[in-house]
Design a protein around this ligand. Structure first.
Ligand SMILES: *Cc1c(COP(=O)(O)O)cnc(C)c1O
Length: 370
């Protein structure tokens, strides 16, 4: 079975093998060396002033960012499950919330953000997804962050990059907290969250807030290559292996280039089959198709063609399917996926099988990589 859900993504064999080594104690020079390596790779990946690892799923880092950076009032963007979650976290901590709501295929507008900020001068934090994975939507986070800082230079910008970090280079000039998670672009099992932080964020954190998710106490420890609580040792060993695999592949820049080319090729192949791409601004992390036969296609893909793709949630349940494009994906695997989608459509009597999806994918991919 090919796992092609936009999280979790498949864990490469070399990473699984690396993580199969006997457990080592986390308070040892051996583990500190492993931690130091992971920390320096993360600082490079985020290209920010600080990087913190937390033993939690991605949501733990979202909560850590909110409690440590937002003082009283946050602006969140809800164009899907994950944007909605930021709002729920803000409320759970009894902070004030202004929420901009959009249909799940519609990116946030810079104008709406400016308006909300001008009407609420007490907003001290913005939290937004770079890619809202619920609909595979790319928000214009860089422009929003820039506009927000122009209005209020002290505002904190939290960017959930769980399906963007490692997928595309992110301009962090106006971002204060950039969140990543292990089970998406970083191709690890779930359970490790990572946050890149700006100098301004470090200042705002001060003594920190919360207990387990107190970023001040974590940063103080992690700067000494240890952690406040038991480290996710196995996942951090896996993380180092992932960075090694990316180096072997040709480096992060090459991975960004290939991911972008493959995204274009994937979307063009799906369009060549007459399928409709759901988001108005598709993110590179995945391809999202809206289709009345979404569930039939997904079932055929899984049972007959051995490809596991994701469906939709809430009002999009049964209406969309999402194909992963994050990580070190074998081109042959993606070719099989688009071919399988064409086969499934042929099974449903929607198209006559001609191999057009694989052809289109190959042509566009090659042209983009030239
Ligand atoms: C997966 C994901 C998360 C985190 O979800 P967890 O289940 O807590 O790991 C957050 N934001 C986005 C955009 C995601 O895709």
């Amino acid at each position: 079975m090919l796992l092609f859900t936009p999280g979790p993504t498949p864990v490469p064999e070399a990473v699984r093998v690396a993580m199969a080594a006997p457990t080592i104690h986390h308070r040892t020079p051996e583990f500190e060396a492993i931690f130091a390596k992971a920390r320096s790779s993360l600082l490079e990946l985020f290209s920010m002033d600080e990087a913190v690892m937390i033993a939690s799923s991605g949501t733990g880092a979202m909560e850590a960012a909110i409690i440590n950076l937002c003082r009283n009032k946050a602006l969140t963007v809800n164009a899907g499950k994950f944007g909605e979650r930021f709002g729920k976290i803000v409320k759970a901590h009894n902070k004030e919330l202004v929420e901009l709501k959009y249909e799940w295929n519609t990116p946030a507008s810079v104008e709406d953000v400016k308006k909300a900020l001008s009407e609420n001068s007490d907003i001290d934090t913005i939290a937004i997804q770079i890619c809202e994975s619920a609909g595979g939507l790319r928000h214009p986070v860089e422009e929003i962050a820039k506009a927000a800082k122009e209005i209020n230079p002290d505002i904190m910008v939290i960017a959930d990059g769980i399906t963007a970090v490692g997928v595309e280079p992110i301009d962090t000039e106006n971002i204060d907290a950039l969140i990543a998670g292990s089970q998406k672009a970083l191709m690890l099992p779930p359970g490790l969250a990572m946050v890149g932080l700006s100098a301004a964020a470090l200042e705002r954190i001060g003594k920190g807030a919360g207990y387990y998710l107190n970023l001040a106490s974590e940063i103080a420890k992690q700067q000494k290559n240890t952690t406040a609580y038991t480290a996710a040792t196995t996942l951090i060993i896996g993380l180092n292996k992932i960075f090694e695999l990316i180096e072997e592949f040709g480096g992060q820049e090459k991975l960004y280039k290939v991911t972008k080319a493959r995204s274009k090729a994937l979307l063009e192949a799906l369009k060549a089959l007459g399928l409709t791409i759901y988001p108005k601004s598709p993110a590179l992390a995945m391809a999202t198709v809206i289709d009345e036969n979404a569930e039939d296609i997904r079932a055929l893909l899984k049972t007959k063609y051995k490809v596991n793709v994701a469906g939709g949630q809430d009002h999009l349940k049964g209406k969309i399917f999402r194909i992963n494009n994050m990580g070190l994906i074998e081109t042959s695997d993606m070719l099989w996926v688009v071919n399988a989608v064409e086969s499934a459509l042929a099974d449903l009597g929607r198209v006559e099988f001609s191999g057009i999806a694989a052809k289109k994918f190959s042509e566009v991919f090659a042209a983009e990589l030239k």
